[in-house]
Design a protein around this ligand. Structure first.
Ligand SMILES: [Zn+2]
Length: 42
């Protein structure tokens, strides 16, 4: 199964994805979107 960034949909063959967990669910976020999530802008 191909993992995708939860924010922009980028795949791990395009950019580095970081695995994380939210409410017991495994999620992936790319390094480009990680700062966005940290700052909580949405
Ligand atoms: Zn992303």
């Amino acid at each position: 199964m191909e993992h995708k960034c939860l924010n922009c949909g980028a795949e791990s063959n395009q950019i580095v994805l970081i695995s994380c967990e939210h409410k017991g669910e495994a999620l992936y976020v790319c390094v480009k979107c990680l700062p966005v999530l940290i700052h909580g802008s949405h």
